[in-house]
Design a protein. Structure first.
Length: 198
């Protein structure tokens, strides 16, 4: 006798596949959610780390800006101090300038002449004097050209005069005052006085 299976095996198989598909879809959805969550967590952690680095960099930049401003202030203070030092050195050099210049003029003055007046206006010194010959005046001009304190001598006038029934040559010349550096001034002073007295 032939047996006939009247159970709905196709429908049962379909429902089984449907359940399997539903489970697979649920597992896939859960896996996708987990992967997305892990990805977002990783990305957020990287973003937080980068933000932390950016914060440290910003703090370092602010610190460097402050240090740069401090360095600029120090440079300004150094330049002010150097200017003050230069002023003090100039004052130190110019303090004994008059004495040194008079000493220098007397040293460069050849025999056979004397001076009537010495006037200074700025860096120009006007000298009036009397010499027995024109050669003495030329010697004085040459001596001023090689001086450590005087430069650019120029003869303004020379004329013959009678002094005590003796023919003399009255002259006027200008010479520029050389402004040496502080070291040169000290050297020149030391040369004029071996003991360094002023």
């Amino acid at each position: 006798m032939m047996r006939v299976n009247l159970l709905p095996h196709r429908q049962i198989r379909r429902e089984t596949r449907q359940r399997e598909f539903t489970l697979m879809a649920a597992f896939s959805a859960i896996a996708a959610v987990v992967i997305v969550f892990m990805g977002l967590t990783f990305i957020n952690s990287r973003v937080d780390a980068q933000n932390s680095r950016n914060g440290r960099l910003d703090a370092a930049i602010v610190k460097l800006d402050k240090e740069i401003a401090d360095i600029k202030d120090l440079k300004d203070q150094i330049s002010i101090m150097l200017e003050r030092k230069q002023v003090v050195e100039n004052l130190q050099t110019n303090r004994s300038q008059a004495v040194v210049v008079l000493d220098e003029i007397s040293r460069q003055l050849p025999e056979g002449m004397y001076l009537k007046s010495i006037k200074q206006k700025g860096n120009v010194i006007a000298i009036e004097g009397v010499a027995d010959t024109n050669a003495r005046v030329a010697t004085l001009v040459r001596n001023f050209s090689t001086s450590n304190w005087l430069e650019l001598p120029s003869l303004v006038e020379i004329k013959s005069v009678i002094v005590n029934n003796v023919k003399q040559n009255e002259f006027t010349l200008n010479v520029n005052l050389k402004v040496p550096k502080a070291e040169d001034g000290i050297t020149a002073t030391s040369k004029s006085d071996p003991k360094g007295r002023q």
